[in-house]
Design a protein around this ligand. Structure first.
Ligand SMILES: Nc1ncnc2c1ncn2[C@@H]1O[C@H](COP(=O)(O)OP(=O)(O)OP(=O)(O)O)[C@@H](O)[C@H]1O
Length: 259
């Protein structure tokens, strides 16, 4: 279970502070797929960096299975938009990277690399260098590398934001399958409301300044989802509801700033 308890983060700014996040209380049961949406500046990336332990909260705490998070750790895997990979390492050696830091027998490391390469459709490319890959393939490498450490929680920060529509949909199907196969908890930040509903079991809408939870909505769609689910009336109704919320909180924020 991932718990965010009265979580807050402010950044000093000349003449005051930016309240990036305030009083966030959220519990994510193990194995759940949660998507976080919100207008630009609502604190989505800040939220992920606090959970990843890359930044410290200024209030409250993050707990994973009851233990406070005090820094980065292999129990949380992080994937960024750019699909950051080590340019001098082959695909296979990129996927092995995090594992090299873990106290695992060599045979187990090799087993995991082979399994996650297959799971992300990269086996045939295992000897390629990143410069030979497309953006979608590089993002698969970043996902496989994060998953190979078998984290309790996979944190995805706009992972498909830079991809074209077809590649993005392929990656959405891939991440859902990987999630179902591994049972990992997934927390994904995205600008794309359609993507959030298609992937998530739950959608959190953040409001800006202070960043806070404006809505926490269950996604009432079948567990098995084809891309065609995006055309169902229930899907379209939820999409309109979430888009209206994001827009409303964004406008409110703009009006506040104008005063
Ligand atoms: N290191 C920092 N120093 C100062 N202010 C920051 C810092 N990081 C974030 N902020 C501020 O905190 C607020 C939340 O930023 P954050 O990047 O988390 O939002 P976001 O929802 O991820 O935005 P986007 O969708 O544009 O990536 C913004 O007002 C931002 O300017």
């Amino acid at each position: 279970m991932l718990d965010l308890v009265s979580l807050g983060k402010h950044f000093p700014r000349r003449g005051g502070a930016v309240q990036a996040l305030e009083a966030i209380d959220l519990s994510v049961p193990a194995g759940q797929f949660v998507c976080v949406v919100g207008a630009s500046g609502s604190g989505k990336s800040t939220l992920l960096s606090l959970i990843a332990g890359l930044a410290a909260p200024t209030a409250g705490e993050v707990r994973l299975d009851g233990a406070p998070v005090t820094g980065p750790g292999p129990d949380r895997g992080l994937v960024f938009q750019q699909g950051w990979v080590y340019p001098w390492r082959t695909v296979e050696r990129n996927v092995a990277f995090g594992l090299e830091l873990l106290p695992l027998p060599r045979a187990e490391r090799e087993r995991r690399v082979a399994w996650y390469l297959a799971e992300t459709g990269l086996t045939a490319l295992r000897h390629a260098l990143p410069k030979q890959l497309s953006g979608g393939q590089r993002q698969r490498v970043a996902i496989a590398r994060a998953l190979a450490c078998e984290p309790d929680v996979l944190l995805l920060d706009e992972p498909f934001g830079a991809l074209d529509v077809q590649t993005k949909e392929d990656m959405q199907l891939l991440i859902r399958r990987v999630w179902q196969d591994t049972g990992t908890t997934v927390l994904m930040v995205t600008h794309d409301v359609e993507e959030a509903i298609f992937l998530g079991q739950r959608v959190i809408v953040l409001a800006s300044d202070p960043g806070r939870v404006a809505a926490d909505l269950p996604v009432k769609l079948p567990a098995e989802r084809e891309l065609s689910v995006k055309r169902l009336p229930d899907f379209l109704a939820m999409r309109a509801q979430v888009e209206d919320l994001v827009r409303a909180y964004h406008r409110r924020h703009q009006q506040k700033r104008a005063i």
